[in-house]
Design a protein. Structure first.
Length: 502
């Protein structure tokens, strides 16, 4: 008679699964709570101590760690192994169905004590799964209750083939690796440990990647922190790879503003941004900053989208609109467009690591969460910024952190007027930003994510009427840049902080 070991914390579907195995003439072996559940449901089952001739000890901490159990799982169906099993009173085990203590759930419960979390680290379960997965040419290992029906169907059709057992083994190893990664994350003591593992849970398949010929999927990093993946989609077709990437940029930027704010993003760079006393005026500012680029873009808001704002948004095509919520009237207006995606998500500044993929590995850094330190601000020119200019400079400094380097932004009256992004030299970024701003560049504030290496940047800005600049400083040519500002009566402030974004 073939044998199946069933020991599960998640009891979903296990009674029916066990009944089906018993009907297929499997001897069922079980432990603790699983044994009681099966026995109470009149499923013929053998208690594990009857196999091991050894009681569960240490409040159930030790029950499956026994040679008759692991020998029965790890043995090959060859005379030498069968003989050794016989000598210890063991026999082959053909199916291992195990799932683990709920470490993930308990470790994220704020009410759980450290000891509670430790008690939910499963030891025997992962050992059983790994043993069965290692010996998958003979043993079928099942860690997911959702697989029970398909397993029974295949067993009734002649048994599981080696390809299927191998697939189940890979799933079991992935499951234990994920589980151990969560434990490592919980116990982590150093910021950048020598060994770094990440637990990812598939959130869904994407229609395609950056381009239609590329397959793609989206994964949630666990333990989960609020992210664009967690947004509730109220309307529209599934998000694409590019939608997720751009939506993340827009949502993160708008989350840094306390006042009502609307951000428009295109290809992960802000193309429009406005802040005001209300969301409607903020959105109008964002739209007016670049009415060409916003078309087909992503818009994120940090206030509830009302009817008036929705009417304004509905006048152009937007791929995605993200907001903490939408009024009923706003939903009625915006859902008239079949292709716009409405995402409900509260603002939040992410503190996750920033990962970048390179061939053969990753480079990982802390997120750039540094705000402007007022005490470190240094006016370096003869003319000091006016109060209004200083407000514009602070606004621009918030925005430039989210623009690809070399990054230049022009702002005035809490409105983004021009952007120079991703250029190979800074003066080109200055020209792009002033060209976009046009006449609005006169009297505008300029923010630069890094220092100016040459005075030609200042000359290009001055030609278009820029009156104040904020930048990190720190160049060996700072004195020449400062002199150029003084010649053009431009006020300039050093921050001492750089904001490269590649």
């Amino acid at each position: 008679m073939k044998k199946a070991l069933i020991s599960v914390f998640n009891k979903k579907g296990v009674v029916e699964f066990a009944k089906q195995l018993a009907a297929l003439n499997y001897q069922l072996i079980s432990t603790g709570g699983t044994y009681k559940l099966l026995n109470d449901n009149q499923v013929p089952v053998t208690y594990i101590s009857e196999i091991t001739d050894f009681p569960e000890i240490l409040d159930g901490r030790v029950k499956t760690l026994h040679p008759r159990i692991h020998g029965g799982i790890l043995a090959k169906d060859i005379p030498e192994h069968i003989s050794e099993l016989d000598s210890i009173g063991g026999s082959l085990i053909d199916i291992v169905a195990v799932n683990l203590y709920p470490f993930e759930e308990v470790s994220q419960d704020p009410k759980a004590s450290f000891q509670d979390v430790l008690e939910n680290i499963d030891i025997g379960g992962p050992t059983l799964l790994r043993a069965a997965a290692k010996n998958h040419p003979r043993v079928s290992v099942i860690c997911d209750p959702d697989d029970y029906p398909s397993i029974i169907k295949e067993l009734k059709s002649g048994g599981l083939g080696e390809a299927k057992r191998r697939q189940l083994a890979a799933k079991a190893f992935a499951h234990t690796a994920y589980y151990d990664t969560l434990i490592t994350h919980y116990l982590k003591q150093s910021e950048f440990p020598q060994k770094f593992t990440v637990a990812l849970e598939k959130a869904g398949d994407l229609r395609y990647g950056e381009n239609p010929h590329q397959k793609a999927a989206v994964y949630r990093q666990m333990p989960s922190n609020l992210s664009i993946i967690d947004a509730e989609q109220l309307h529209g077709k599934k998000l694409s790879f590019n939608n997720y990437y751009d939506a993340q940029s827009a949502w993160q930027l708008v989350s840094t503003f306390e006042e009502p704010c609307a951000v428009a993003v295109k290809h992960s760079n802000p193309c429009g941004l406005g802040a005001a006393d209300n969301l409607y005026d903020a959105y109008l500012k964002a739209y007016a900053g670049d009415p060409v680029s916003i078309f087909g873009g992503i818009v994120a808001c940090n206030r509830i989208v009302d009817e008036k704002t929705a009417e304004a948004m509905s006048k152009i095509f937007l791929e995605v609109i993200i907001a903490p919520d939408f009024s009923k009237d706003a939903v009625k207006i915006l859902t008239k467009k079949a292709n716009v995606r409405l995402l409900r998500l509260a603002p939040k500044i992410s503190k996750d690591y920033d990962w970048k993929r390179i061939a053969g590995g990753f480079i990982i850094q802390e997120p750039d969460l540094t705000d402007l330190d007022e005490e470190k601000l240094k006016v370096v020119t003869k003319r000091k910024p006016t109060k209004e200019e200083m407000n514009d400079l602070r606004f621009g400094w918030k925005v430039v952190k989210f623009v690809k380097s070399n990054a230049i932004v022009l702002c005035k009256n809490q409105q983004l007027l021009g952007v120079g992004a991703g250029q190979m030299n800074r003066v080109q970024s200055v020209r792009l930003s002033t060209n976009q701003a046009g006449e609005k560049a006169k009297g505008a504030a300029l923010a630069s994510d890094a220092f100016f290496p040459f005075a030609d940047n200042i000359e290009a800005a001055a030609e278009e009427g820029v009156t104040c600049i904020i930048q990190p400083g720190g160049s060996i040519r700072d004195s020449g840049v400062i002199q150029a500002c003084d010649r053009y009566n431009i006020a300039m402030v050093f921050t001492g902080i750089r904001h490269f974004r590649h």
